[in-house]
Design a protein around this ligand. Structure first.
Ligand code: FES
Length: 263
């Protein structure tokens, strides 16, 4: 368990059954359902990489009863986990292209595995330039600080941080993410932009990217919504005519349009 921000923790789950742990395979962007016994179950994006695999990691913000219960747990506690479910970021398709990864607040959680996948030295040269734009309300709310140095020192990689409100120690940028996008002007040429965060931030960030010439098919997001079964049976997770648990959670703007701005 690692404190990422005042209200967000990184949980590392070790599977109890070695055979299941050995056979587990998941892709960047997939999610799993985590249950706290006696409290309930909720979907969380898997924030770790499949290999090298030490544990299954989830970055969880304290926002309700179940996440509250998770945050109160002691090291070594037992939870249930089902998955992996859903589609993934098509990382092989992104090879050879530039990537812009934009996370607002806890929206950086599902994007952490994208960044860590690309910056792995063994595969870094398969991708073009990587721009990571990580924004939060305050410096304390910036998640994954322990990985910033690794990200920023990766070749052809630029890490930009921004906050809505600085503090006495903050010497960085104080600006909203869409304004930073307008300032940095990433080129849409051979580029994919992956955006995740609060709906209002997504809405204006997508607009800024579109104004720069990004096409709907170049804009990718991951949808967080209430899920129950995770396997396309209960109908709880539909977005338009799609089920997030089966067709998502990763979608392009071309696929689900304005719904990407609403989750
Ligand atoms: S969670 Fe049941 S259909 Fe998607």
């Amino acid at each position: 368990m690692l404190d990422l921000t005042p209200d967000m923790k990184l949980f590392s789950l070790r599977l109890q059954d070695p055979a299941v742990a050995e056979s587990l395979h998941y892709e960047v962007g997939q999610f799993a359902l985590v249950s706290v016994f006696g409290v309930g179950e909720a979907a969380f994006d898997i924030s770790s990489l499949d290999a090298p695999r030490a544990a299954l990691e989830f970055a969880v913000r304290r926002v309700g009863t179940l996440t509250e219960a998770l945050h109160e747990m002691e090291e070594g506690s037992v939870v249930g986990v089902r998955g992996p479910f859903g589609n993934c970021f098509p990382m092989a398709e992104y090879e050879g292209r530039n990537l812009v990864v934009i996370g607002g607040g806890s929206g950086m959680a599902p994007l952490r595995s994208v960044v860590n996948y690309v910056v792995q030295p063994a595969r870094r040269e398969r991708f073009g330039q990587l721009l990571i734009l990580n924004g939060a309300r305050t410096p304390a709310d910036l998640a994954f600080k322990h990985e910033f140095e690794k990200w920023a020192s990766s070749p052809q990689t630029c890490l930009e941080l921004t906050v809505d409100r600085g503090d006495d120690d903050w010497r960085g940028r104080v600006a909203l993410i869409p304004d930073v996008v307008r300032e940095l002007k990433p080129s849409p040429l051979d580029c994919v932009a992956i955006v995740c965060g609060p709906p209002i931030m997504i809405k204006f960030t997508l607009k800024a990217l579109k104004d720069l010439g990004f096409a709907d098919s170049q804009l990718v997001g991951t949808v967080e919504t209430k899920m129950k079964c995770g396997i396309g049976k209960c109908g709880r997770c539909n977005v338009g005519d799609k089920y997030v648990c089966l067709d998502g959670p990763v979608f392009t703007f071309a696929e689900i349009g304005r719904f990407l701005e609403e989750f």
